[in-house]
Design a protein around this ligand. Structure first.
Ligand code: MV4
Length: 499
C-alpha cells in the first residue's frame, strides 16, 4: 500500500478520498487554490499546498504544478477525483512519466472511451449492444441524409468528440437533416474543436441507467449493479438511486455482463461506469465514464463495498478478494445533489458565505459534503456543495427517509436546491418509480418552487413572533426585512427557503 497520496481535487470528492486514504492508513496531501485556503479538504488533509489563484485553469488544472507538488512532498500516487484532470489522457501519461501512480485507468483506456465513435466501433466489435447508427463520423450532409433514411426518423446527430449533450440534434424528418448537420457540427467545433458528428436512432424517453464496475490488474472485472440516473436537468444529474425500480435480476445480470465486456475491451483498470439507455426491456451502451462518479455512494450503500478504497487498493496492485457471485444488494439508496442553485429562480447559481449549517443524521443517513460555516461559495467552481444520501430497506422507505433528512438540513447563506428535492420526494410519479429522462420536462412545476400554504403560515407566524419580541423587549427592527413584509416575501429570505 502507498504511504502517501496526493488528491488533485477540491470539495466533497477531495474530502471523500482523504477519508478513504485515512481508513487505509495512507497519508493524504491536499492542494488548494487561493479561494480554498479554509476549505474542509485542506483542514482534513495531513499536508496541504497552495497551487495558484482561484480560476481552475490557474490551479486545479495545472498538471505540471500538481505533479511537481506530488514529487516534492513524497507522494507516490495521485487521485484525480472527478472533473478537472480525471479524464485527461495527457495528464495520466505525464503522471506515469514522472514515476508516479495514477489512481485510475490507463491513458489508452481513457482515450479509447473518450472518442465516442471509436468507442462505439470498439463496442460493436466486442459484441456490446449500441443504439443502431453509424460506426464512424459522417463525411457530409449527403451521407447524413442517406444514413438517416436507412435508420428511419427520428434520428439523433451527436458529436464524435462529445458527451454531455453538446452538439446533439434530434432530427424528426428528412427536411431538417441538412440544417441539423450544419448546426450540430458548428456546436461540436465550438465545444470540442472537432466538427465530426455521427448519427443514431433517436430513443424517445428512455431511462438512463448506468453500471458500476471495478477491475483489478489481475484480470478480475466485476460489476456492482446499476444506478438509476434519469432525473437530470440540462444533462446535470440531480437525483440518483440504486437499485433501479424496474430491472429484474436477469436484466441486471445481462447489463452487468455487457458492462464487464465493454471494460475488458479496453483493458480497463480501477472504478468505472458504463452509461446505458434502457427502454422496454432493451438496453444500449451509451458511453463509459473512466472515473469515480459523483453518485458512487448509492452503490456503496447497497453493496457495502467502498469504491474509493478499492480505487486506491487496485492502484497499489491489490487483487479484488470477491467474485461476481459474492456481490449482493441490500435495500435501497437515494442521493440528492445539494447545489448552490436557486430552484425558485430557474436554478440560477447563488453565491455567499455559508452562515450556518445543520447536517442531517440519524438512521440510514450519509452526508458527503465539502462545506463548513464560514466558507465562501463563489462562481469559480461547480455549484455542488454536498450530497445527501439515504439507505433504507425499501424504495418508498428510502424516499420518506430522504424527506426527513432534507427537512433536518439547514444551509444558511446561499440558496440551495433543497426545496426542489423536497418537492420531488412528494411527487406521485417519483414515489411510484416512474422515471425516465423526460421526467423533469413533464414536471416543470418542480423546477419553480412556489411557497406552499405551510411555508406562508410559518413565515406569518415568525413575523408575528418577531413583532411581539419588538413590542415587549424593544428589539430594534432590522433594516433588511420588515415584519409586515414577511407573510408575502418572508419565504424568499435566506434560511426560509430551505423549509
Ligand atoms: C441519446 C438519447 C436518445 N437516443 N441517444 C444525452 C447525453 C449523451 N451522453 C447521450 N444523451 C442521449 N443520447 C439516443 N440514440 C437521449 C439522450 C439524452 C439523455 C441521456 C441520458 C441522460 C439524460 C439525457 C437527456 C437528454 C437526452
Amino acid at each position: 500500500m502507498f504511504n502517501k497520496i496526493l488528491i488533485a481535487n477540491r470539495g466533497e470528492i477531495a474530502l471523500r478520498v482523504i477519508r478513504a486514504a485515512h481508513e487505509l492508513g495512507v497519508k493524504a496531501v491536499a492542494v488548494y487554490s487561493e479561494a480554498d485556503r479554509l476549505a474542509p479538504h485542506v483542514l482534513a488533509a495531513d499536508e496541504a499546498y497552495l497551487i495558484g489563484p482561484a480560476p481552475s485553469a490557474q490551479s486545479y488544472l495545472k498538471a505540471d504544478v500538481l505533479i511537481d507538488v506530488a514529487k516534492r512532498c513524497g507522494a507516490e500516487a495521485i487521485h484525480p477525483g472527478y472533473g478537472f484532470l480525471s479524464e485527461r489522457a495527457h495528464f495520466i501519461q505525464a503522471v506515469r512519466d514522472a514515476g508516479l501512480v495514477f489512481i485510475g485507468p490507463s491513458a489508452e483506456a481513457v482515450t479509447a472511451m473518450g472518442d465516442k465513435t471509436a468507442a462505439r466501433a470498439r463496442m460493436i466489435d466486442a459484441g456490446v449492444p449500441v443504439v443502431p447508427g453509424t460506426k464512424e463520423a459522417l463525411a457530409d450532409a449527403a451521407e447524413a441524409r442517406r444514413v438517416a433514411g436507412e435508420i428511419g426518423y427520428p434520428v439523433l446527430l451527436k458529436a464524435a468528440a462529445g458527451g454531455g449533450g453538446k452538439g446533439m440534434r434530434i432530427v424528426r424528418g428528412e427536411d431538417e437533416i441538412e440544417k441539423a448537420f450544419e448546426s450540430a457540427g458548428n456546436e461540436a467545433q465550438a465545444a470540442f474543436g472537432d466538427r465530426s458528428v455521427y448519427v443514431e436512432k433517436y430513443l424517445d424517453g428512455p431511462r438512463h441507467i448506468e453500471i458500476q464496475l471495478l477491475a483489478d490488474r489481475h484480470g478480475n472485472t466485476l460489476h456492482l449493479g446499476e444506478r438509476e440516473c434519469s432525473i437530470q436537468r440540462r444533462h446535470q444529474k440531480l437525483i440518483e438511486e440504486a437499485p433501479s425500480a424496474v430491472l429484474t435480476p436477469d436484466e441486471r445480470a445481462a447489463m452487468g455482463a455487457m458492462a464487464v465486456a465493454a471494460a475488458r475491451a479496453v483493458n480497463y483498470e480501477g472504478a468505472g461506469t458504463v452509461e446505458c439507455l434502457y427502454q422496454n426491456g432493451e438496453f444500449y451502451f451509451l458511453e463509459m465514464n473512466t472515473r469515480i462518479q459523483v453518485e458512487h455512494p448509492v452503490t456503496e450503500l447497497v453493496t457495502g463495498i467502498d469504491l474509493v478504497q478499492w480505487q486506491i487498493r487496485i492502484a497499489a496492485g491489490e487483487k479484488l478478494p470477491f467474485a461476481q457471485d459474492d456481490i449482493t444488494f441490500t435495500g435501497h439508496a437515494i442521493e440528492c445533489r445539494i447545489t448552490s442553485e436557486d430552484p425558485a429562480n430557474s436554478f440560477l447559481p447563488s453565491t455567499g458565505r455559508i452562515q450556518n449549517l445543520l447536517i442531517p443524521s440519524g438512521p440510514g443517513v450519509r452526508w458527503d459534503g465539502g462545506i463548513t460555516p464560514g466558507v465562501e461559495v463563489g462562481l469559480f467552481y461547480d455549484p455542488m456543495l454536498a450530497k445527501l444520501i439515504v439507505h433504507a430497506p425499501t424504495r418508498i422507505e428510502a424516499v420518506d427517509r430522504m424527506k426527513r433528512a432534507l427537512a433536518e438540513l439547514r444551509v444558511e447563506g446561499v440558496d440551495t436546491s433543497v426545496p426542489f428535492h423536497l418537492r420531488v420526494m412528494d411527487e406521485p410519479e417519483f414515489r411510484e418509480g416512474r422515471l425516465d429522462i423526460k421526467y423533469l420536462d413533464r414536471h416543470e412545476e418542480l423546477l419553480s418552487v412556489q411557497p406552499d400554504e405551510d411555508t406562508i403560515r410559518a413565515a406569518a407566524l415568525a413575523a408575528a413572533l418577531l413583532e411581539e419580541e419588538r413590542r415587549t423587549h424593544r428589539v430594534m427592527p432590522r433594516a433588511t426585512s420588515t415584519a409586515a413584509a414577511a407573510p408575502a416575501s418572508g419565504w424568499r429570505q435566506r434560511g426560509w427557503k430551505n423549509r
